[in-house]
Design a protein around this ligand. Structure first.
Ligand code: C2E
Ligand code: CA
Ligand code: CA
Length: 733
């Protein structure tokens, strides 16, 4: 082992103490200075001669003090013989200095003080505190960064600081560079990052610090930028990346020096502190933007949500100051079916696409929002009613362009309600309500169309509520009726194939109410199950009654609503009703629309298959109008297709209608299905359908829907009209 060599003399120690940046002070028992080092002179600006024999703190604490140590330091020295802590002292020229002080009291000898300048650290610390407070108080990012830059420039006047953002495309954008000239900022904005793109661009690209120690010698492609910097008196630049939590470069911190140089250790410490603060502030800004996005934008379509729409529309209405504009309420037709049949992912894809199409149809300044799952609103400031209608039509056309999801082609359809301001309302709530009512009427009128709001529509909407009450009562009091429309075989002698039961409601005040209207009300108001039970009961009872009167009606068809299939007990109710009236499955035809088939919910499928296994016949109504997909014909137990009356009525005018009917007939033949052509009104239609071998015809040409007591009479005269009436005994004995 070696022992420590004894100091050769005190000189080495003195030299070492003099070269230290810290101030050393030794006092006697009277607290008067006996020795100081050169560091003392450098730190406080006082000469050794001035301080010797004086109480050191009398100089350093300023006039207010008598040179005695502050009480807390006194206390520590008396109790423990030692004090360590930060104190604020004064330089000879009056400026404040923060120093870390270590004071040791040696009994009977005096004190030794070591004072280290921590002004810089203190200022950095204060700056950090201020910036974090700014973050906590949600001060806007650019203001916060601006302040940070200015503070740094106060601490280090030899430089100026800037913070730049890096966008997702890898371009720089100045966030806060308070001392750069507008020309320099313009040149910096949108500058691509790259391995040779100046200190900032390189630091962002390589994700590490980069320096240009002399801007005068820059690459030609950076000359115009650097010229601006040089003109502003900046001669060098050092930059370092700012990362987010995922370690992606989101910004750059730049220090511009007024001399050609690089950063010293203090500069690097400052930069490190500032980069940390920038990260915190930028992350915070990012999450604030994210929260805003989540609170006000719909996550699926990225459109403003209902509350954001409300706000922006209210602002727009406010700004309108009496100028006219319009509100469009867009609702997708049968959206739920896509969701149910093709799955939620398909539904989501469709919504995004439609949102995109609406956005594309909107003009700059229009206010767009998604109100709920398949409802959108578009406020058109400064537009006339005619322009609004044109926009509505354009929207409908755009939305209805084919859209492929997986291997299915969808034609999204929508209904649009249009109202204008100030005529139809001046506040957003009223306008939304009126546009919604108009949209509802558009749906009632067959969907895929727009409808202008009118005071009658408002009345209509109010009537709906009244209708709901009245319908409930009518159902309860037996005021609803069924009429029956004959369906005949197309070839002579046009035997009766069956009858279709159609609901009728004669209201004491309102008169005849179309089933289209009240069925929709029953569906919306949750009355459709009760209604359908009544319908089945009445139709079966009627058929049994005709049979008992020897009126030969081969079968009765009833119309079902999609919602009936959501009731798990529905198939059983049908079976029970038949049984109660002594009927069998083949006596009843259940007319469903394609929407039932598109709804693949387990309850629906279970009902369909239960009905099929009981031997009931399912007929596909309104074929050709909806999401016609022949593939469903194979998959589900359908025995009959009803060609929609719109095709029959197009006969003679539309080659497409004729082609469609021909192909439906040929597919149905190959699948052994019956086809019923609805809405046959003319002899020409009948003839054409006969020529195509369409098996069953129904329409006003033969008979309108009849009250049940009139049917036997019609059967009788119909038989009499037939060429070989004697062969065709419609009455059995
Ligand atoms: P739908 O099932 O397509 O019924 C055929 C509609 O066409 C009936 O209208 C019928 O009166 C009408 N029609 C029959 N022949 C002709 C014709 O030659 N020309 C024209 N232009 N129309 C003809 P209605 O009775 O007004 O019924 C309308 C719709 O209301 C029905 O369409 C059906 O969807 C619904 N509906 C009627 N009754 C019921 C019911 O009891 N339950 C359910 N769920 N829906 C019903
Ligand atoms: Ca029908
Ligand atoms: Ca129909």
């Amino acid at each position: 082992m070696t022992s420590h060599p004894a100091p050769r003399d005190g000189r080495a120690l003195h030299q070492a103490l003099d070269s230290s940046d810290a101030a050393w002070i030794v006092t006697d028992t009277q607290c008067r200075t006996s020795q100081v080092n050169a560091g003392f002179e450098r730190l406080f600006g006082w000469s050794r001669q001035t301080v010797l024999g004086q109480r050191p703190l009398q100089l350093l604490l300023g006039e207010a003090q008598d040179g005695l140590l502050p009480p807390h330091i006194q206390q520590a020295l008396t109790r423990h013989g030692r004090f360590a802590g930060d104190i604020q002292l004064r330089h000879r020229d009056g400026h404040q200095l923060w120093v870390a002080a270590i004071i040791n009291r040696m009994p009977d000898e005096g004190e030794v003080m070591v004072l280290t300048d921590i002004t810089f650290s203190e200022r950095l610390h204060a700056l950090q505190k201020q910036a974090l407070e700014d973050v906590a108080q949600e001060r806007p990012l650019n203001q916060l960064l601006h302040r940070l830059c200015e503070e740094i420039e106060r601490i280090a006047p030899e430089l100026t600081m800037g913070v730049l953002q890096v966008d997702e495309q890898g371009h720089l954008h100045p966030l806060a560079c308070p001392s750069l000239t507008p020309e320099a900022l313009e040149r910096l904005d949108n500058l691509p990052i790259g391995p040779d793109m100046g200190a900032c661009g390189t630091a962002a690209f390589l994700a590490r610090a980069s320096a240009e120690d002399d801007l005068q010698h820059s690459a030609p492609h950076l000359q115009s930028l650097n010229q601006c910097l040089l003109q502003a008196g900046l001669k060098a630049c050092w930059a370092a990346p700012i990362f987010n939590r995922e370690r992606q470069v989101t910004g750059v911190l730049a220090l511009y020096f007024r001399e050609p140089r690089g950063p010293n250790t203090q500069h690097l410490r400052m930069a490190q502190t500032c980069i940390h603060l920038c990260t915190v502030a930028m992350e915070r800004e990012h999450s604030r933007a994210r929260i805003h996005q989540l609170a006000y934008y719909d996550a699926l379509t990225q459109l403003p949500n209902r509350s954001m729409f409300h706000r922006s529309a209210t602002d727009a209405l406010h700004a309108a100051q009496g100028r006219s504009g319009a509100l469009l309420f867009v609702d997708l037709d049968r959206f739920k079916l896509v969701n149910d049949s093709q799955g939620h992912a398909a539904g989501d894809a469709l919504l995004c696409e439609v949102a995109q199409r609406i956005r594309a149809a909107a003009r700059p300044g229009d206010v767009l929002g998604r109100l709920s799952s398949d409802e959108f609103a578009l406020l058109l400031p400064q537009c006339t009613a005619a322009e609004a209608e044109a926009v509505a039509q354009r929207l409908l056309d755009r939305i209805a362009e084919p859209f492929i999801i997986g291997d299915a082609v969808n034609i999204p359809h929508a209904s649009v309600g249009v109202c204008t301001y100030p005529e139809d309302g001046t506040d957003i709530n009223t306008l939304l309500r009126h546009a919604d009512q108009a949209m509802y009427v558009a749906k009632q009128h067959g969907r895929q169309r727009w409808q202008r709001f009118s005071p009658e529509i408002n009345q209509f909407a109010q009537d709906r509520v009244a209708m709901e009450h009245a319908l409930r009562e009518a159902l309860h009091n037996g005021e609803l009726q069924l009429h029956y429309q004959p369906q005949v075989l197309s070839h002579a002698p046009e035997q009766l194939h069956g009858v279709e039961a159609l609901a009728r409601w004669q209201h004491p005040d309102w008169g005849y109410v179309s089933p289209m209207r009240f069925i929709a009300v029953a569906e919306d108001a949750g009355m459709i199950q009760d209604f359908t039970l009544w319908l089945l009961e009445t139709a079966c009872q009627q058929l049994a009654l005709w049979r008992s009167q020897q009126v030969q009606v081969p079968q009765v068809a009833v119309n079902l609503s999609t919602k009936n299939f959501h009731d798990p007990g529905f198939a059983q109710s049908v079976a029970n009703t038949l049984q109660r009236h002594g009927l069998v499955a083949k006596d009843l035809v259940l007319e469903i629309t394609e929407s039932v088939m598109l709804n693949a919910s387990p309850a629906t499928l279970a009902n369909l298959h239960a009905l099929h296994s009981q031997g009931l016949q399912l007929s596909l109504d309104d074929f050709g109008t909806g999401y016609s997909s022949l593939s469903y014909l194979h998959r589900l137990p359908i025995s009959e297709i009803k060609l929609d009356k719109s095709f029959v009525q197009d006969l003679g005018n539309s080659v497409a209608a004729e082609a469609l009917i021909r192909s439906v007939l040929s597919i149905a033949r190959s699948l052994h299905m019956t086809v019923v052509a609805e809405g046959v009104e003319t002899a020409e239609q009948r003839q054409w359908l006969q020529q195509q071998d369409c098996p069953v015809l129904q329409g006003y040409l033969f008979c309108r829907p009849l009250p049940p007591q009139d049917l036997p009479g019609w059967i009788h005269s119909h038989r009499a009209r037939q060429p070989s009436s004697q062969v065709n005994a419609l009455h059995t004995s």
